[in-house]
Design a protein around this ligand. Sequence first.
Ligand SMILES: C[S@@+](CC[C@H](N)C(=O)[O-])C[C@H]1O[C@@H](n2cnc3c(N)ncnc32)[C@H](O)[C@@H]1O
Length: 410
Amino acid sequence: MMNYPIVRNEKYDFLGQSYATNYPNLHKYPATMLPQIGIEILKEFNISEGRLLDPYCGSGSSFASALECGISEMVGFDLNPLAILISKVKFTKISIDLVLETKIKLRNEIFEFIKKEENLHILPLPNVTNPTFWFSEDILHNLNILKYFIYKIENLTIRNFFTLPFSETVRECSFTRNNEFKLFKMKAEDILKFNPNVFGVYFKKLNDMIDIYKYVYLPKLTNDTNVNINYSKFEVSENSFDVVLTSPPYGDSRTTVAYGQFSTLSNEWTGIDYARKIDGLLMGGIKSKNIYKSGLMHDYIAEIEKEDKKRALEVSSFYVDLENSIQKIASTIKKGGKSIYVVGNRTVKGIQLPTDQFIAEKFEENGLKHIVTYQRALSSKSMPSKNSPTNKTGKTLNTMLFEYIVVCEK
Ligand SMILES: C[S@@+](CC[C@H](N)C(=O)[O-])C[C@H]1O[C@@H](n2cnc3c(N)ncnc32)[C@H](O)[C@@H]1O
C-alpha cells in the first residue's frame, strides 16, 4: 500500500556520474551519498541559508552539497570514528603551507629513523587484534613507525590530516581483500605476491589528498564556514535546524552495510579499542525483543515473521531505532524547516521494505507534512549484493535499483 506518493524523477539519476565527478572523496567510505543529489534538491527547494543537520553524516557528502548551495552552518553526528575523521578533515580549514612543511619534516624524521637497522623493530606494537593475521611482520613495524611520527605532530588538526592517508595505508597494506567492505583475508597465493612499500603508499596517498583538499575542499571553506562534527549519537536541541539532509543506514549494519567492519583496522590503528563492536552500536544493532507492529510497516514485518522470526526481530530493531531518531529529529526542525532523507528500500526474505513510506509516516506523526518523494535510479552507489555475506564493493542489490528522496516540511 502506497500512502505517500512517489514521483519518478530522472533529474536525480545522475547516470554515469560518480562521487568523484564533483567531489572526490579523501578516503574510501561505504554507501556514500552522491553530493550531486543534495545540491540539486537544496536548489529545487531554494534552500541556500540557515542551519543544516546531518545526524548520520558518514564521510560528509551532505556538507559538500550544502557548501555548494551557500549554506555555511552545519552540524553532523556519526558513531563511527573513521567517518568523523574523514568529515572533520574535509571540512576544517588548514594552511597548505603548514601541511607541506609538516610533510617534509615527517619524511625527514622517518628517513633518519629507518636508516638505523636497530630502529626497525624497536617501537612497541599497537593494540591491534591478531596483528600477524592481518599484516606481515615488516609491514606491521613500518606502519608502526609511520604512526609514531604522525602522532608526534602536536597540532591536532594537522595530525588528523596526516592520519587520514595513514588509515587508507593501513587498509591497503593489510591482507584484507581490498574490493570488499567486510574484513576478508586474501587467498594464500595472493599473500605470497603481496609486498607493498608502506612509506611509498603513504606518501603517494598524502600527496593525492593534499591536491584534492587544496583544489576541491579548501576553496569552498570561507571564514564563515562552520561545520561542527560530533562523534556521538544525535543530541536534541529543539527548533534549531532549518534543514536536515541525510542518508541514513538502510538496515542494521551487520546485514546491510557493515560500516564498523569496513573501518575496523583503521579504527584499531588509530586507538579505538572497541573497534570490533561498532556495528553493534549503530542503528538496529541491539536486537529487539518484540516484533515491530505499528503503522504501515506492520504487514511487511508480519510476512517476514511467518518465515523467520529471528530476521523479523532484527528488522524490528532497525525500525524501532529509526522511529525514535525521527521523533528527536522532527523536534529539532524549526517551523517551516525541511527534512530530506535519501534512502533505499531493502529486501529481507524476498519482501521489499518500504522505508521511504515509513520515514514519511513517522515525520507526519511528529508534526511534519510529507511534500514529495522522488524515486531515482541507483547507478553508482556501492551496495552489498543480495544475501551476500561478503558485502562486495560495486555489486548492486538486484531488488534495490532505486533510491528515494523523501522531503517533509514542518
Ligand atoms: C549511508 S551512511 C552515510 C553516508 C554519508 N552520507 C556519506 O556520504 O558518507 C550512514 C551512516 O550512519 C552512521 N550511523 C549508523 N547508525 C548510527 C547512529 N545510531 N548514530 C549515528 N550514526 C549512525 C554510520 O556509521 C554511517 O556512517
